[in-house]
Design a protein around this ligand. Structure first.
Ligand code: FDA
Length: 307
């Protein structure tokens, strides 16, 4: 399984593969399953549909690792436009946003990214919208944690994501608990060496449950972001045993994945938030989703060879 994931992520980095995936109409239905559309209006329509059904949303404008200051500034302009548009929605209070620091220009400099990120947070204050920094590959983890530490006191409407596959995440969980910042717990979606991440799934899962318990007991409104039913069961059992009400945490899942589980948790009274990505820079996000479940990639490969 881990080998399949590594292979897919490595293959996806090859230029001809990227070009094939981007151009081939065969991939379109699968891309559509995971991405809400190319435009902001398409993503707002998809978000409002989810909100109508009682689900919460976090909206993500795709486009990581901007290469120039101009690209980062364009992403910030888009995020401000998103916030304004969310403010006009009848479901504004149910929608927040997720952003990546490399989109804010982290590769061009920490101070530049911070200024951009603060600009987004300032704009988000106008609509009272929460802004979460997604966690990227491990080369960015330290800078992301530092960024939250610096901006949180000025902007408590922000938080981040911690990945249970990283060795350092238990310590980062304690740090975020001390700060009072909101954390989304995930397993982690990037290819990481064993020097920084647990290679075995059972270790990643065990750490996930451990971090979730710490945050449920002592953290600020944690987001349990997973489609793993065993983990969801463990979290729910812990919350019941500790008398932690459903309103003190939320489950999060990705757009297009396990809609049945999203709906059943919501029907049982749990807040459930769906991560809704949009934009034409969907390729890296899409390949991470394929790699998480090699069966998705196999399905596409088989259809390539079918007449
Ligand atoms: P796991 O991979 O064990 O999957 C459990 C089950 O879920 C599978 O058996 C399958 O049924 C289903 N499933 C999972 N992925 C699927 C897929 N792609 N297609 C179809 N079925 C699938 N990562 C990161 O590094 N930084 C981040 O900021 C975020 N942000 C984020 C937000 C939200 C809301 C979610 C849900 C996830 C993330 N992630 C993330 C991704 C995360 O790290 C992880 O890669 C995926 O959630 C898949 O892991 P699971 O916890 O679902 O478990």
């Amino acid at each position: 399984m881990a080998l399949g994931r590594t292979l897919i992520l490595k293959l996806a980095e090859l230029r001809p593969v990227e070009s094939l995936v981007r151009k081939s109409f065969l991939f379109r239905p699968v891309v559509k399953r995971f991405i809400a559309g190319d435009t902001l209006e398409e993503s707002i329509a998809a978000s409002e549909e989810l909100c109508k059904a009682g689900l919460l949303v976090t909206l993500d404008y795709l486009g990581e690792n901007t290469h120039t200051e101009e690209e980062s500034r364009a992403a910030i302009t888009k995020y401000k436009e998103m916030l304004t548009r969310i403010g006009q929605s009848p479901y504004a209070s149910m929608i927040n946003i997720s952003i990546k620091l490399t989109q804010c220009g982290l590769d061009q400099g920490e101070a530049f990214a911070e200024a951009n990120y603060r600009e987004v947070l300032e704009h988000a204050k106008l609509t009272n919208t929460f802004v979460r920094i997604d966690m990227e590959a491990s080369e960015y983890t330290e800078r992301t944690v530092r960024m939250i530490e610096r901006v949180f006191l000025d902007y408590p409407n922000t938080g981040t994501v911690l990945q249970s596959y990283l060795h350092r995440s238990l310590a980062d969980t304690e740090l975020m608990i001390a700060l009072g910042a909101r954390v989304r717990v995930v397993k982690g979606a990037y290819l990481e060496p064993a020097s920084v991440a647990f290679p075995e799934k059972n270790e990643v899962d065990a750490k996930y449950v451990e971090m979730s318990k710490m945050l449920l007991a002592r953290g600020n409104y944690p987001a349990i972001a997973t489609h793993d039913e065993a983990i969801i069961k463990a979290v729910r059992e812990f919350a019941v045993a500790e008398g932690i009400e459903k309103s003190r945490y939320e489950f999060q899942m990705l757009y297009g994945i396990r809609r049945d589980l999203q709906n059943s948790l919501h029907a049982e009274g749990h807040p459930v938030r769906v991560y809704v990505p949009f934009g034409d820079q969907w390729y890296p996000y899409f390949t991470r989703r394929l790699a998480e479940r090699p069966a998705n990639a196999m399905f596409i490969l088989k259809s390539l060879f079918k007449k």
